[in-house]
Write a protein that binds this ligand. Structure first.
Ligand code: FES
Length: 79
């Protein structure tokens, strides 16, 4: 089992913790001097790929919450 964990925060970022290598799209290693990082999942961060807290300001809903809300709205409109 890996020592790295990736935790999906409810309606928030992906939190990566453990001994990891961070590599950009050009294959270059990005030096990160923190043992824990939060990666943006909402697309709204001004500091991508890192989370800057914008998700809470824009009301980001993770996929599960968004699907539940859409299904509830659909059920309500058909009743
Ligand atoms: S997940 Fe936090 S700013 Fe996008």
């Amino acid at each position: 089992m890996s020592d790295v964990s990736i935790t999906i925060r409810r309606n928030g970022p992906l939190v990566v913790q453990g001994p990891f290598q961070f590599i950009d799209s050009n294959g270059q290693t990005i030096t990160v001097d923190k043992p824990v990082i939060a990666l943006c999942r909402c697309g709204g961060s001004t500091n991508k790929p890192f989370c800057d807290g914008t998700h809470s300001k824009i009301g980001f809903q993770g996929a599960e919450a968004a699907v539940l809300a859409a299904e509830a709205a659909k059920a309500q409109s058909s009743s």
